[in-house]
Design a protein around this ligand. Sequence first.
Ligand code: NAI
Ligand SMILES: O=C1[C@H](O)[C@H](O)[C@@H](O)[C@H](O)[C@H]1O
Length: 344
Amino acid sequence: MTLRFGVIGTGAIGRDHIRRMTNTLSGGEIVAVTDVNQEAAKQAVGQFKLNAEIYPDDQSLVNAENVDAVLVTSWGPAHEQSVLAAIKAGKYVFCEKPLAATAAGCMNIVEAEIKHGKRLVQVGFMRRYDSGYVQLKEALDSNMIGEPLIIRCAHRNPSCAETYSTDMAVTDTLIHEIDVLHWLIDDDYKSVQAIFPKKTKRALDHLQDPQIFLIETERGVHIHAEVFVNCKYGYDIQCEIVGEEGIIKLPEVSSILIRKNAQLSKNILMDWKERFIDAYDKELQSFIDSIRETGEPSGPTAWDGYIAAVTADACVKAQKTGVREPIALKEKPDFYQDGSESKR
Ligand SMILES: NC(=O)C1=CN([C@@H]2O[C@H](COP(=O)(O)OP(=O)(O)OC[C@H]3O[C@@H](n4cnc5c(N)ncnc54)[C@H](O)[C@@H]3O)[C@@H](O)[C@H]2O)C=CC1
Ligand SMILES: O=C1[C@H](O)[C@H](O)[C@@H](O)[C@H](O)[C@H]1O
């Protein structure tokens, strides 16, 4: 059976997911959309020629009888309400990061899903589906380099919006490393310290950019994570893992080699939509396939969303205090003890 989707939020990534669901993926169909900007919802229906009804709000959409699953692609602070409404209506829900704006909000969702009695929620941590990160995970799971000791990573955007704030370097950007790194090494975070290097001239007065986060894990791995959102040269994601027996590194994005004007060069992407286009396709196709085959999603769980929120809260506190801040997670419920660290 085709999974019938309702979309809450028809902005940038909402339309990108509608596009892939309509043109690329199989087994899913958009039958409902809503946006607080109803004109945006109407435009999305027209742009993709959807046979979909426009609903006034998330509540009416999740309760629609012909909606089996919900895509939450609204602004982060609105996610918790929509996800809780979907769970209450017994609907599957794919929620873009963040699952909720606070750790407490994520815990509300965890408790609601456990009370419902089966998994409904997948969080849009798409890097777990990126072929480069999958190769890193396979190498680590096979003990290729022995115990991981050090991770160096960088999350660089060519530029950011004027509204982008210092804490968004954590909640909007570093959140991807926060999720993918503990999944990669199957370890928990212990503490974090934020460092503000010399500021780039391209950052507005209110924004600290770049930033460095020094994260320690429970098993003693040290992570040096750079966030630089006005790097100008490109959209560049780097990740290198130093182990006891060797080093593994995220592959560069495929590009032709250009020999011209006495130079040898490669292209660098400029946009996150293009850099992770395959990962977005795979995460959503996996959501559809897993629900159709097993009755539950198999991707990043609401508990992964909680881990990300607790860690992000500690990173934001570290930005303010300048000292090493603890990252204290609650005990993982049995409901999520399915070895999901080794799954997507
Ligand atoms: N996984 C990834 O790499 C990415 C994730 N995101 C996440 O996706 C979410 C959306 O981001 P963008 O598409 O860039 O934002 P956007 O601003 O382009 O679109 C958000 C849309 O949601 C609508 N909206 C806001 N609150 C709503 C509510 N309560 N009910 C219904 N509609 C509502 C807005 O009117 C807007 O049309 C954010 O949480 C963002 O962090 C965004 C880009 C990439
Ligand atoms: O919304 C986004 C996306 O998640 C991109 O992957 C990040 O690189 C960007 O910084 C963030 O604003």
